[in-house]
Design a protein around this ligand. Sequence first.
Ligand code: PLP
Length: 425
Amino acid sequence: MAARAQLKPAARVAGRRQDVWSIVNEAAAASPKQPIVNMGQGFFGYNPPEFIINAAKAALDQVDCNQYSPTRGRPRLKKAIADSYSPLWGRKLDPETEVTITTGANEGMLSAFMGFIEEGDEVIIFEPFFDQYISNIEMPGGKIVYVPLHPPPNGDKQGTSAADWTIDFAELEAAITSKTKMIVINTPHNPIGKVFSKDELLKIGELCVKNSIIILSDEVYDRLYYVPFTRMATLSPEIERLTLTVGSAGKNFYATGWRVGWLIGPPHLIQYVAAAHTRICYSSVSPLQEAAAIGFEQADQENFWEGAKKEMKGKMDQFNTIWKELDLPFSDPDGGYFVLVNMAKVKVPADYPFPNQVKDRPRDFKLCWFLIQEVGVAAIPPTEFYTDQNAHIGEDWLRFAVCKEDEVLDRAKERLRDLKKYIES
Ligand SMILES: Cc1ncc(COP(=O)(O)O)c(C=O)c1O
C-alpha cells in the first residue's frame, strides 16, 4: 500500500480526461476511410521556405550552434526580433532587456505564469481558450476566472464573421477582483480566428491599467491577419508597462516542431519571465534559434510576411467554398488558420454507435467521430476549449485547420460532399 501511495501521480496530471488530440488520432486510425484527411491539429502540411530550411541546415555546421545558448536566447535572434518588431511598436526595442527567447510560445507562457503567479492569484481568460493555458496557470497555483466570448446569435443559421464573437465588458469588469494578477488575451484567436479590434483592446487595456493587471498577449498568429491588426503593447505607454507579448517561430515560419518562441515586454516584467525560463529548461534549442534569426533577417527581402498572409487567406477562402456548397454556416476568420463551422444542421443517426470516450462528451465530439468514420475528415471539437459549464456554447461547431497542401484541402472538400445526405435543409 505504501509503495502504491508513493507512486501516486500529482493531481495536476492525474485524473485528466482523455485529451482531444489522442481521441481524434485514435478515431482516425480506426476509421474505415483511409487515409484520413487530417485537418485537426494546427501543424503545417508543408515545409518552411527554402531560405529558412537552408539556415537551419547551415546552423548545424557551426560549433557554437550545437552548444548551450545563453538562457535569455542567442544575441542574433534577440536582435533580429527587436529589429523586426521595432517598426511595429513605433519605437526601438532593446534586444537585451525587452526580449527573451523561450522553448516555443507555450513554455514562454508557462515561464510568465511561473514568474508572476502565486498560490491563489487569479488569472482571467476568455472562453473558448487555447487549452494549454489551463494547466500552465494551475501549475504555480493560479485560479482561473473565465469570461465568455459570446458567439454570434444567428451563427447556426447564416454565415457570420469571427468579429461577431463579442465580449460583454460588464462581465469582464465583474470578473476582476483584488486577487486578479493577470489576464490572457489571444489575438488572432485560436479557435475563433477573431482579431480583437483596437476599441476592444483599449477597453481591456484601460481596465488593466485601472486595476494593475499584467496582460499576457498571446499573438502567435501575428503575421496572419486579414483585417487591420492592433498589438496590445502599442496602445499606450501605460498599457505597454503591463504587457507581455508572446510570439512563436513555429507559427511564423511553418515549423511548429522547432519549439522556438519569445516574449517581448518591459524589462521589469521580462526579467522574471527569463528567470523562470532559466529554471524550467535553462535555454532553448540553439541551431533553430539561429535559423529563426536568419528567418527574421531575410523575411522582408523575401517578401515572406506578405506572401504567407496571402497564401493562407487563399487556402482559407478556397476551402470554405465547401460550406457554401453544403449550406452549412461558418464563422469567417479574420486571422490565423482555423475556421469554425456550425454543424447544427448535420443530423447524426440516433442509433449511431459511439465508443465510451465519446458517448458522454458534448455533441461536437460525436460530430467529430462521425465525420472521421463516415467521411474520412478529422476536425477538432471546440468544447475542449470550454469549461463543462459553458460547453453548450461550442457543441454545434467543429474547428478545421487549413494550413495544409492545396491537394489536401481539395481532397477534404471532395470527402465532405458525402455529408450532404445527413444535412437537413
Ligand atoms: C493560441 C496559441 N498560443 C500558443 C500556441 C503554442 O505555440 P508554440 O508551438 O510556439 O508553443 C498555440 C499552438 O497551437 C496556439 O494556438
